[in-house]
Write a protein that binds this ligand. Structure first.
Ligand code: MG
Length: 203
C-alpha cells in the first residue's frame, strides 16, 4: 500500500483514498479481462487501476480526447498552463498522461485511447470487468457515457462513477443522476468512498 503513495503526487482530481479504492476494485474484479476508464486527464486514477492490472496481468484502456473539460479551457476555473499546447493553441493532456504511465512502469498494462467515449464503446469488446466513468460533467456527456458503456459490462462486473455529490451546493449533479439511473437498472451499490461509488451488475 505504501508504495502507491507515489501516485498521489500525480496531478488530478482524485483523493488518495479513492485511488486506493479503485486499486482494490481492480484487484478483485479485473482478474482475466479488461478495465476501461472514461476520462484519463493526466493519469492519476489510471496509475492506481493500472498498478492492480499489472499485478493481475490484465490491462486498462483509458479513454480521453485530451482537450480538457469545459472548466479546464483557457480562462476557466481549472485552466492549467502546463497542460496547454501553445503551438496547437489548445489543451493537450496526452503528453503528461504518457509520461506518468511510463514513469510508473505501467506502459504494458495501460493503453491510452485518444478519442470520444461513445465511439470507443462501439469499437471495444464486450464483457468488461470494470468501467470507471470520470469524464465530462455535463448532463449530456454523463448520460451518453452511461448509455454507451452500461451494456458493455459483464455480469457481476463493476461500474464505478466519480464525483457523486449529494447536493447541488457540493457539486454538479450529472454523475449522481446516472448513478441513480444505474440503481434502477440492475446495478447494486457495493461500496462508496468519498465521491466515488462502485456498483455491481446483478444481471
Ligand atoms: Mg472526477
Amino acid at each position: 500500500m505504501l508504495k502507491m503513495d507515489k501516485f498521489n503526487n500525480i496531478k488530478g482530481f482524485l483523493a488518495h483514498e479513492e485511488g486506493l479504492f479503485l486499486y482494490r476494485l481492480t484487484k478483485e474484479y479485473c482478474l482475466n479481462g479488461v478495465a476501461v476508464e472514461i476520462g484519463s486527464y493526466c493519469g492519476k486514477s489510471a496509475c492506481y487501476i493500472g498498478q492492480a492490472c499489472k499485478e493481475n496481468n490484465t490491462h486498462l484502456v483509458t479513454i480521453d480526447h485530451h482537450r480538457g473539460s469545459e472548466e479546464q479551457q483557457l480562462g476557466q476555473e481549472y485552466f492549467d498552463p502546463e497542460e496547454f499546447d501553445y503551438k496547437k493553441n489548445r489543451v493537450d493532456t496526452l503528453p503528461t498522461l504518457l509520461k506518468n504511465i511510463r514513469k510508473h512502469e505501467l506502459d504494458n498494462f495501460v493503453k491510452a485511447l485518444v478519442g470520444d467515449s461513445a465511439s470507443a464503446a462501439k469499437n471495444l469488446e464486450d464483457n468488461l470487468d470494470l468501467v470507471f466513468i470520470d469524464g465530462s460533467h455535463t448532463f449530456e456527456s454523463a448520460r451518453l457515457d452511461y448509455a454507451s458503456w452500461k451494456g458493455k459490462i459483464r455480469k457481476g462486473g463493476i461500474l464505478a462513477i466519480h464525483d457523486i455529490y449529494d447536493t447541488e451546493a457540493d457539486g454538479g449533479q450529472a454523475p449522481k443522476e446516472i448513478y441513480e439511473k444505474a440503481l434502477k437498472e440492475n446495478f447494486e451499490l457495493i461500496e462508496r468512498v468519498n465521491s466515488l461509488v462502485a456498483l455491481r451488475l446483478i444481471g
